[in-house]
Write a protein that binds this ligand. Structure first.
Ligand code: G
Ligand code: G
Ligand code: MN
Length: 441
């Protein structure tokens, strides 16, 4: 005789539920178990923390509103013990509060996979669990712990550290790997188009660094940029990125020679945006070199845009201000990236000579579904306009969002709806197809 065998529980991802309503918890547990998880359920915080320790779940599902201890307190103590499990928040509270809880969880270094608004349907739960499984399958590799004290890292670097400090099967790249990659020219660039919001005409490209390790595959930019920042390699990386991107831009004009007059003229003026770490802002030689390279390659400095985030992390604010002002005087543009998040705030905006404001994708992506995000987008557009800045929205993922941004009077847009970041040899084919779509006649 043989009996039907369930897959060994030990091989399944573990999901621990905290919900004070025994019925809800038990239902959830049953449904989760049907989706290929090993599931346990606690109705109070004491049991929850005991199971957390003994059973070491991969995912925890938290109810926000409970008598005795609320979900935020649980979140705080999960953060305090540097909990690596993915987090699902279940609650019947409104989206405003859920978003605040999400921010709180992120601030405590937790990795949120999603929300389960109550009452929930089986379909919603199933979708969330599929997403959870996908996230568990590709948890990022662990980066070496910082050699610098963490408080000396930029806020962005710290956030990235948190993002990459999750349990992982294989070790992530080391600083030696990155050093080798720089020497072997393994860092490449992808270029994401930026287009005029109302006409769709090409405005520029943002260069985004890519690292593909032979045999091992992609390393996420958040991971290797943080690694470079922690180990003093960021200036060299920026230098490499700048050289590659400027040479590519100069080459683009040559390739354009074979194209139609419209394509040629748009390519001759197209802008290039480069991301610059706050840690590099004090490096005068880096910027002098950049301007020199432009001159050598016949690229007008007006075509170069430097995108800065987290300018609060500048080590020497005065030198940075000097360098950036000098760059502006030479014609380069300065963009405040990820505006609306972290320290890319009003204070930074008035302190430094920015010419462009980039609305963070987290707001843009939710602009059609969430009134709060829409309000932020609207106000940033107003703010940008009153300060005479060029306004770019990033993270445009659908047509409705594009239409909304057009209505608001946003200048340029970037996002998956227009194009993902492209390998260098895919740029001209993309542009030809884009022009054919845009100008069908
Ligand atoms: O494509 P995306 O996953 O590429 O980029 C992730 C993050 O990495 C973004 O915040 C982007 O600003 C940052 N990034 C990408 N390339 C560079 C780079 O060359 N220098 C710096 N400092 N950041 C970069
Ligand atoms: O921080 P920075 O603005 O430089 O980040 C650029 C990042 O945004 C890159 O990782 C890029 O791949 C990503 N990105 C660009 N467009 C979209 C989009 O439409 N949706 C999402 N989710 N990410 C995007
Ligand atoms: Mn950017």
């Amino acid at each position: 005789m043989f009996r039907f065998m369930r897959p060994a529980e030990a091989a399944l991802p573990r999901l621990l539920i905290l919900d004070d309503e025994a019925m809800t918890g038990a239902t959830l547990q049953r449904m989760v178990a049907l989706s290929g998880f090993a599931a346990r359920h606690a109705t109070n915080a004491d049991d929850f923390f005991r199971l957390l320790k003994e059973w070491a779940p991969d995912v925890v599902s938290l109810d926000l509103v409970m008598p005795g201890m609320d979900g935020i307190e649980v979140i705080r103590s999960l953060g305090g013990q540097q909990q690596k499990a993915l987090l699902i928040i279940t609650s019947g509270v409104g989206s405003r509060i859920l978003e605040a809880a999400e921010r709180s969880a992120r601030a405590h270094g937790l990795d949120i996979v999603g929300f389960l608004p109550k009452p929930f349907s089986a379909a919603t739960l199933r979708q969330l669990l599929l997403k959870t499984q996908a996230r568990l399958a590709k948890r990022p590799p662990v980066v070496e712990t910082a050699s610098l004290p963490e408080r000396e890292l930029s806020v962005a670097a710290r956030q990235r550290l948190v993002a990459v400090r999750s349990p992982a099967a294989e070790p992530g790249p080391s600083v030696v790997d990155l050093r080798t990659a720089l020497d072997r020219l393994e860092i490449r660039l992808a270029y994401q188009p930026k287009v005029d919001c109302s006409t769709g005409a090409l405005v520029g490209f943002e260069a985004l660094a890519r690292w593909i390790r032979p045999e091992l595959g992609h390393v996420r930019p958040e991971v290797f940029i943080a690694l470079a920042e922690q180990h003093g390699l960021i200036d060299e990386l920026t230098c490499r990125v700048t050289d590659l991107a400027l040479a590519w831009l100069a080459g683009l004009a040559r390739e354009a020679a074979a194209c139609s007059a419209t394509v040629r003229s748009s390519l001759e003026q197209v802008q290039l945006s480069l991301n610059v770490s706050a840690l590099s802002l004090g490096n005068q030689a880096l910027f002098e070199r950049m301007v020199l390279r432009c001159r050598q390659l016949g690229i007008a400095s007006q075509r170069v845009v430097l995108e800065l985030t987290e300018t609060s992390a500048m080590q020497d604010a005065i030198t940075a201000l000097d360098n950036l002002t000098r760059l502006r005087l030479q014609g380069c543009h300065l963009s405040i990236d990820d505006f609306g998040t972290g320290y890319s705030s009003m204070v930074q905006l008035v302190k430094l000579p920015f010419s462009e404001i980039k609305i963070d994708k987290s707001f843009v992506m939710r602009a059609t579904s969430c009134e709060e995000s829409r309000a932020v987008v609207r106000s940033v557009v107003d703010l940008g306009r009153s300060l005479g800045l060029s306004i770019t929205a990033e993270g445009v993922e659908d047509e409705a969002t594009l239409r909304y941004l057009k209505e608001l009077g946003c200048d340029s847009v970037q996002g998956y709806w227009i194009s993902r970041a492209l390998a260098p040899d895919a740029v001209i084919p993309w542009l030809l197809a884009h022009e054919a779509r845009r100008l069908p006649h």
